[in-house]
Design a protein around this ligand. Sequence first.
Ligand SMILES: [Fe+2]
Length: 331
Amino acid sequence: MRPPPTPRHPPRRSADDRPPEPFVEPAGPFDAPTVAAVLPLSTRFTLGPAVTDVQRAFLDRHGFILYTEVASEAEVDTILAEIDGIEEDLLNRGETKVFGVPVWFGLDPDGNDYLFRMGFSSVHSQYLSRFVNDARFEPIRTLIGVNARIGEREKDGVVFNRYVRASTSLRPNLAWHTDALRDVFYNWKMPGPMLNVGLHFDRIKPTDGGLHLVPGTHTQSAWSTLFSKIHFVSDGPDPKELAVETWPGDLTVHDGRMWHRVVASPETGWASLRRSMYVPYVCDAYQPKSETSATPMYMRVFDAIVRSRARSTARAAQREKDRQRRLLKGG
Ligand SMILES: [Fe+2]
């Protein structure tokens, strides 16, 4: 067998930093909600042929669940290398959108063009498309809904995120938000479960930032969704928040109705790199996108904000460089 391709920035791995053992279901009859209620929030589960009653009860209770190392080391490396290849291809072709959804490029810590967020990743890679459709994810699909499908060409498709922190980088963090704002705004009531399925590619300790969520808030009221925090603005710590600790290849499912945020890494440069991939499971009518799809309005607004933020950080970095040059000259 050929060895997997090496990504430009392989995840940090170490033999003495292995994840804790996943939870083992007790033998004999038991009440799943009672078992789930006493499990620590940091519990890691195993993705087997079906979602177990305890796993479902844990997700119902807390609004999220983590499956340990669902992708192998070789798969993690291959996916990362595929993304490197897609990035190179998009840059060569000067593409700034895929199916109407902007691709966010910024500068990496070395000052090179770097892809921060891309929708529809799997339409560029047969490997990625095969991977997200693999049979091991069937229990996740049925967890979302019996009629759920993977929307490779719908919504934003398979979204790949790379967060890296440098003076020039785009969005090192993402403040508190829920995915329910739109529904609450238009209907003044909470939508049904909005499960987000994410694959994580880096070793993220609680001190490294990354995905933080407030367990249990997926059942909050419309009022609390609107007023307990300000979407995309509030960014302070919450006494009940949980930092989701990951090892490369972990999979999380979190209910988008809960408060969640991405905390910037305290590191700068490549040590702050964190990558994730979100797979859209869709239940509503089939609405595929294509090269001719228009950019959705909310995307245009968000895109404009991100780009203006990037311009101002680039300007600040330039000012700092000029200042240091002047100081050097003066000295
Ligand atoms: Fe989110």
